[in-house]
Design a protein around this ligand. Structure first.
Ligand code: HEM
Ligand code: HEM
Length: 395
């Protein structure tokens, strides 16, 4: 029989129970195993990434299987407790069942939201994208949901321990049909009894507390402030002093845009508003770069190789095109490679204050970046660079 009766679990309920049990136990195993894995070599990081991807893919599968299971359970009679006269035991068993239903949703959703808020490392192995519609890119959100994910794991362990003990004690000690009902679909138990609301409410309060704790715990800062950390160059010959600025870049990773910052740089700018021409020399500290969850990979030998090339530089001629439109044409030195680069930008002058904003697109291959990612499947070729700064004229 595929459907439940008041005394037995049907084939569908049993199949979903054991499928989800298997998936959840695998996800827990992978989650705990990856936690303690070494991450010291590129090979170790690659293995770690595969295992995390597997963990996430299994977890997301649990979510959809749980939805099916819940819809199915709603359409079915719930088998009666075998010992309704043991009030406390029955309550405990049902509260744990509800807690487990909660875990089937909260575990995958918290992991998924955390992943979507910081898409990057270790994608879910599916073609539906890595972000979620209502989840913005934010390290703070990623962190809160990571905490919820970890606390939920503890709740899940406790619920599972009680659940398994509750399933084995009757089977081994009481020798009743509790386990057989779920394995072989054996029918057992008396007439239908009404189910109280206390057990589901207890589970609901428990999960609300877990989610509340995760959201309310203070999240650490979003790392170093991404803006305005310009350093003054040792020797500044130009007639403009940068007061604040921002140097960012965006790359497509696993079909999701990932944005990074190069927060530490200095610019030496000479510019004559009368002629609209000048020169600019920018020095960038590549070791300060951040790129969401994949900062370490970005700094590694494959990409910026910051250990061998801790600085990058851009030297260019500035020419006015028309009104506020300007071009900076010169050479970008990155990873030891010199590549001609033109940066179109706008420059607004207000007295002695200049505000500039520009954007250009580079090809990572021109700098020998990501040689072992020869196509755009993992990392796109195009890197969009965004620059904005404010400078004041020196006396
Ligand atoms: C992650 C793993 C597991 C989850 C999420 C889970 C969840 C549940 C839930 C929600 C129920 C209530 C009935 C239903 O809605 O279908 C249930 C029943 C049951 N589970 Fe599990 N379970 C898991 C693992 C296990 C394991 C490992 C065992 C065996 C050792 C087990 C044995 C049982 C039994 C015997 C029942 C029937 C209880 C009764 O007849 O009242 N479960 N499980
Ligand atoms: C049934 C579903 C899931 C279960 C049972 C589960 C379980 C776990 C466990 C036990 C850990 C280790 C926690 C710790 O160190 O305290 C973990 C970590 C993690 N899980 Fe899951 N997970 C599930 C679904 C997901 C999903 C769907 C995603 C993402 C799409 C995900 C992403 C992660 C990540 C990124 C970590 C590492 C967090 C960190 O320590 O920084 N998980 N998970």
């Amino acid at each position: 029989m595929m459907t439940n009766t008041p005394q037995s679990y049907g084939g569908v309920a049993r199949m979903l129970h054991w499928l989800i049990a298997l998936l959840i136990l695998s996800a827990i195993g992978l989650g705990l195993y990856t936690e303690d894995m070494p991450r010291d070599t590129d090979a170790a990081v690659a293995t770690l990434k595969t295992l995390y991807s597997l963990h996430k893919t299994i977890g997301v599968t649990v979510f959809f299987a749980a939805l099916v299971r819940i819809l199915w359970a709603l359409s079915q009679p719930k088998p009666v407790p075998l010992h309704p006269e043991r009030r406390l035991e029955t309550f405990a068993a049902e509260a744990v069942h509800w807690a487990l239903y909660g875990a089937m949703l909260v575990m995958p959703l918290s992991g998924w939201i955390s992943h979507a808020a910081q898409a990057g490392f270790a994608p879910i192995l599916w073609p539906f994208g890595q972000t979620l519609p209502f989840v913005p890119q934010s390290q703070t959100i990623a962190h809160s949901f990571e905490i919820i994910h970890k606390i939920s794991a503890l709740v899940l362990y406790a619920a599972l321990a009680l659940h398994i003990a509750g399933a084995l004690k009757p089977a081994v000690i009481d020798r009743d049909a509790t386990l057989a009902r779920m394995t072989r679909g054996t029918a057992a138990g008396g007439a239908r009894v009404p189910h109280g609301l206390a057990a589901p409410l207890a589970a609901l309060v428990l999960w609300a507390a877990v989610i509340g704790t995760g959201l309310l715990l203070p999240a650490p800062d979003d790392g170093p402030a991404p803006q305005g950390q310009t350093q003054t160059a040792a020797v500044q010959t130009g007639n403009w002093q940068v007061t604040e600025g921002r140097l960012g870049f965006t790359v497509q990773q696993m079909s999701a845009a990932v944005s990074g910052q190069l927060p530490v740089w200095s610019a030496d700018i000479a510019y004559d508003p009368a002629t609209g021409s000048g020169t600019v020399t920018v020095q960038i500290d590549t070791t300060a770069l951040t790129l969401g969850a994949v900062t370490d990979q970005a700094k590694g030998t494959e990409f910026f190789d910051t250990a061998a090339h801790p600085t990058a530089g851009f030297t260019a001629q500035i020419t006015r095109q028309d009104g506020t439109a300007h071009l900076a044409s010169g050479t970008l030195t990155l990873r030891g490679m010199e590549v001609p680069v033109t940066l179109p930008f706008t420059l607004m002058l207000d007295g002695d204050t200049a505000t500039m904003q520009g954007q250009t697109s580079l090809d990572r291959r021109a700098f020998g970046m990501g040689a072992s990612y020869p196509d755009e499947g993992t990392v796109g070729f195009a890197v969009t660079v965004d620059v904005a700064l404010t400078a004041t004229r020196r006396g």
